[in-house]
Design a protein around this ligand. Sequence first.
Ligand SMILES: Nc1nc2c(c(=O)[nH]1)N[C@H]1C(S)=C(S)[C@@H](COP(=O)(O)O)O[C@H]1N2
Ligand SMILES: [Mo]
Length: 244
Amino acid sequence: MRDPDQPDLDAHPELRRGWDRRQLLRSAAAGTALLALGGALYRIAADDLTRKARAEKRTDGRARLPPGQRVIEKLKDMGGDPGDGQAKSFRLRVHGHVKTPYELDYAQLLKLPQVEQTADVHCVTGWTVIGALFKGVQLATLAEKAGVKDGVRHVVLEAAHGYTANAPYAEAITPQNLVTYRMNGKPFALQHGAPVRGLIPDLYFWKSAKWLTGIKFVKDDEPGYWEVRGYHNHADPWKEERYA
Ligand SMILES: Nc1nc2c(c(=O)[nH]1)N[C@H]1C(S)=C(S)[C@@H](COP(=O)(O)O)O[C@H]1N2
Ligand SMILES: [Mo]
């Protein structure tokens, strides 16, 4: 059917250029509106997730969403100095104040007891990703295999190019803390820590070292990369322990 606005272009061919141009502008404007709508839909979905998470409680009684956080739909790439990302060159050194230090390659890591569990992660910049499925090995399993000695109070996650993050030993060996190589069934992209990253979900996300190379158990605390740069040593999102 003819657009009711369209002039009779057969009778008035001189109007064609103007009309075509008007159509072009119209469709461009429609495209812009669609893009804006796409962005708006994305925001509405995230706002819904935020509202829903705010209304929920965790099984430990804490609010699902820590104060000052907003839910987004996928991890943001927060940068850092990447490792080579390759499973074949991956080595994890488990050491420190332990009876039996050891090193694992990727295949050996996969031979240890594996767990798969959902977790929420909270970035200090204010975004949260909820309900992601992570697969890996519990820090507790690695600790047990090393035979952690008396007096150990802290764990240091070590990563490529000297990045480190510290956590209290007692909080690191609870079941939700992993070295992980799958998120929602997929390997981590390089920028998200491939092939293996740490996961300490109940502390701010900078504690979850990407491009993991080692786990060190220590008696005396060793504040990590961000902890010596003004960020809180403990980093509990529910207490908003963002900065020192
Ligand atoms: N090795 C390493 N791990 C790191 C970082 C880093 O710079 N280097 N950044 C941390 C910070 S500040 C955050 S918020 C998360 C971000 O992870 P993502 O980029 O996968 O979202 O990784 C953490 N792990
Ligand atoms: Mo961060």
